[in-house]
Ligand binder design. Structure first.
Ligand code: FAD
Length: 418
């Protein structure tokens, strides 16, 4: 069902668009809420939506210092997939992919979810073994995975450099249900659905500190628009997790790094899905407009600047030329950066914080877009019930003390995918 009929489109075209209904409400903040979610990115908005829809908790505010879609949710390269291997990760990401598959109907918003496939190339016998093992594990968890040989990959992607002297392509692991989604529309869709259920979305409102009671519990937030009280406060601020948690004297095992991405001028459809290089940190897909969308590794130093640097541009383009040389013939349209919350094992945290009343959703590194639905679902579960959701129970903060880390290629600081 579309929100606007043809008649309303025509009427608004002639009335100078004065009658459009905003996609979400922009109310003044109330004095108090049951739950405040700090951060109006994909994760914060999804949390609010599922709090309202699944748990019936609607006295909720999402507090965003900038504008909806201005953070990483609108800066990523839009890849969604569930090709993980470890126990702590695969059920969570497969649940996320299932939620992606029903997302547009759930929030009644076109997020352009497109299951066009994610192909991870391998270049050696050892990498083939690892890909086979990963694929088998995925299938055990109910996900789809197909090991392709060199000929099958050539049929799918004839434009790759199969005989590259250093990294000849031997095959790939395909997840056909993986693909992409229009990133900022995901934020708009969740904002629209949460707002319709009564959640207040407060933009241009920065959290500058936390209200504490005599016992030290968090009982609200100090913002640039005044103090707002809350029964519980959840942080979902991605690259600013360390900074915001520090306002409550919580030190997180997280560093902030910039990740860049690039888009070329539009060309005719050529790249069928997402393709990742197995020999260096590089991946590429094609947008619906025709631009080649690609990216590489994070910047090597900590930063909160939302822009990148030339060594990574050079490194990414070098990998592009090794894997798909035709990229060198297209002109680069633009590049941009976002601030990543890099956890020390590459996996996220969805947990209570050491401070009563304060809850954490952080450490998504450069793979948090695909996690958006499940992250929101599980954070809402934690906030509503005070218990971890089954598929997120490994994402504990104390694993960095106990040593039960979830160190998996594919999400963390190791080269592979986004
Ligand atoms: P954000 O959208 O950043 O939301 C956090 C919000 O918190 C921001 O809007 C910010 O303004 C707000 N905030 C911060 N501090 C405060 C404060 N004090 N008060 C109030 N609000 C505050 N992931 C994938 O799965 N697939 C990909 O292909 C992929 N590619 C990427 C490519 C790039 C270039 C980048 C930058 C990231 C990529 N990611 C990808 C990672 C993914 O985008 C992030 O992990 C994810 O978006 C983070 O969650 P979020 O959407 O909630 O973050």
């Amino acid at each position: 069902m579309t929100r606007y009929s043809i008649a309303s489109l025509v009427r608004n075209a002639f009335s100078g668009h004065r009658n459009w209904q905003p996609t979400w409400r922009s109310p003044e903040p109330r004095e108090a809420y049951d739950i405040i979610v700090v951060g109006g990115g994909g994760h914060g908005l999804a949390t609010a939506h599922y709090l309202a829809k699944v748990h019936g908790i609607t006295n909720v505010a999402v507090i965003e210092k900038g504008w909806i879609g201005g953070g990483n949710v609108g800066r990523n390269t839009t890849i969604i997939r569930s090709n993980y291997m470890l126990d702590g990760n695969e059920p969570f990401y497969e649940w996320s992919l299932k939620l992606w598959e029903g997302l547009e109907q759930d929030v009644n918003y076109n997020a352009m979810v497109s299951q066009r496939g994610v192909l991870n190339l391998f270049h050696s016998d050892a990498q083939r073994d690892a890909a086979a093992r990963r694929g088998n594990t995925m299938r055990l968890y109910g996900a789809d995975a197909e090991l392709l040989d060199r000929d099958a990959v050539r049929k799918l992607c004839p434009f790759l450099d199969f005989d590259n002297g250093r990294f000849p392509i031997q095959g790939g692991l395909l997840q056909a249900r993986g693909g992409s989604a229009r990133h900022d529309a995901v934020a708009w869709g969740y904002a629209h659905a949460a707002s319709a259920r009564g959640v207040d979305i407060i933009q241009n409102c920065e959290v500058k500190g936390f209200l504490r009671d005599a016992s030290g519990s968090v009982v609200g937030v100090e913002t640039t628009r005044g103090a707002i009280r809350a029964g519980k406060v959840g942080i979902a601020v991605a690259g600013h997790s360390g900074h915001v948690a520090a306002m409550a004297d919580v030190r997180l095992p997280i560093e902030s790094h910039v990740l860049q991405a690039f888009v070329s001028e539009a060309v005719k459809p050529i790249i069928p899905g997402v393709v990742t290089f197995g020999a260096a940190h590089f991946y590429i897909s094609q947008s619906d407009k025709g631009g080649l969308v690609f990216g590489g590794d994070v910047d090597g130093y900590n930063s909160y600047a939302q822009r990148g640097n030339l060594p990574i541009v050079e490194d990414t383009c070098e990998s592009a030329m090794a894997m798909v040389p035709m990229v060198g013939r297209s002109r680069l349209l633009r590049s941009w950066g976002g601030v990543m919350d890099m956890s020390m094992d590459g996996s996220p945290i969805i947990d209570h914080s050491p401070v009563e009343g304060l809850y954490l959703n952080a450490g998504w590194c450069y793979g948090g877009f695909k996690a958006t639905p499940a992250s929101g679902w599980c954070f809402a579960h934690l906030l509503a019930t005070d218990r971890s959701h089954d598929v997120a129970k490994a994402y504990r903060l104390d694993r960095f003390i106990t040593g039960e880390i979830i160190d998996e290629k594919g999400q963390g600081p190791q080269p592979n995918l986004h």
